[in-house]
Design a protein around this ligand. Sequence first.
Ligand code: BGC
Length: 349
Amino acid sequence: MKEVFGKLADGTEIHRWSLENGGTRLKVLSYGGIVQSLEIPDAEGRFANVSLGFGTLEEYVAASPYFGALIGRYGNRISGGRFTLDGTAYQLSVNDGDNSLHGGSEGFDKTVWDVEPFTRGTDLGLILRHTSADGEMGFPGTLTTKVTYTLTDDGDWRIDYEATTDRATVVNLTSHVYWNLAGEGSGSVAAHELEIAASRYTPVDAGLIPTGELTEVAGGPFDFRTPKTVGADLRVAHQQLLYAKGFDHNWVLDKGVTATPRHAATLKDPVSGRTLRIATTEPGLQFYSGNFLDGTLVGSGGAIHRQGDALCLETQHHPDSPNRPDFPSTVLRPGETYRSTTVHSFTSE
Ligand code: BGC
């Protein structure tokens, strides 16, 4: 189903698409490819919207911390908003201190996408398309992007990202859903249990730029190899947690880059039993514990969002890869196709 969700200042109509399959209900906006609502049941069949969002377009446009949005061209940070590719230096839009975050000030989260519904056998979904002009936000190359949101008959939400370019560039696309499996607006996610299939993470400096080291998680607050609650080590006086006001780091998934999606993380709300499993082709996962939610925004359910009321699990290449030749490459050249897939599977246990 498609309905008008609102109008941008320039008169552009923004639509909201509602999809349902296999027990998962998804509402998606043509603005930013935003997941405005994602409902899943608990073991008793009680549905809850488990993704933070707003009730109106105006709130998304005014000030959204990327609630539910598609992120591009480059998810997470690029140091100084600068990188050099094939001997040419590029200066990107800088929107996070000295750094470029999530594609710059007018990233894919603020783009109006062309949306087309599809059904394929028992799957259904939306194809979102956008062409970003050469030089947009400082990135080289015309980037032609296609993102497919699929709901399978098992209720999985699968995202397939594809992009091509006409000049060498860098690409790192992701999705910025804020999860609260107890339900949007229900309070802290500190009691959610989290498992991340990673033995190492990329520590950061005070500006949240990776130092370049890959540090073992063993025994410390970053060790989520066996499930532990989000809150268990959140207040450990560790320099990395002080820099980010909590967790806001990239875990180096043990599986590395894979051709098909492989397990990355599990998130469970032990009270409702709602469980999310994430599988991806990407080598990294940003776990952000909602540190900058500060009680200034009212969510779609009418409640104020405060620090730690949701968390993000963003599949990605490692932050600042364009300046780190030793990290897996984010370079895309003419004739190549960027491909990335992430699958979110929901159960109640
Ligand atoms: C980043 C955070 C940032 C947030 C924006 C996350 O992906 O890692 O540092 O504050 O997005 O709300």
